[in-house]
Design a protein around this ligand. Structure first.
Ligand code: F3S
Ligand code: F3S
Length: 105
């Protein structure tokens, strides 16, 4: 799977969403998350992110490897919603993201 990491937080450019053929990139409050079981590893999202927030799981920089679990865990209880467009925003973030300091605060 591909993973969205910290550079997305409070940026949420959303260019990635338009590229994903299976619509598996879901909007939280402060970042977006890739549903790991729905992602088909097409890689189309990775080059379009202006924040360079998206990585193949094996290539996530060491400082952000926690984001592999963060992307997965935000879907605990949701499973595979089957498409971000139909599902709509998650309305929440992973607790670890909620807890991050706001830039400039
Ligand atoms: Fe975030 Fe980059 Fe997508 S900033 S919303 S991962 S285009
Ligand atoms: Fe979609 Fe990116 Fe996976 S475009 S299928 S989330 S690699």
């Amino acid at each position: 799977t591909y993973v969205i990491a910290q550079p997305c937080v409070d940026v949420r450019d959303r260019a990635c969403v338009d590229e994903c053929p299976v619509d598996c990139i879901y909007q939280g409050e402060r970042m977006l998350y890739i549903q790991p079981d729905e992602c088909v590893d097409c890689g189309a999202c990775e080059p379009v992110c202006p924040a360079e927030a998206i990585f193949y799981a094996d290539d996530v920089p060491d400082e952000w490897t926690d984001y592999i679990a963060i992307n997965a865990e935000v879907f605990d209880g949701l499973g595979q919603p089957g498409g971000a467009g139909n599902h709509g925003p998650l309305g929440a973030d992973h607790p670890r993201i909620q807890a991050l300091e706001t830039e400039g605060a």
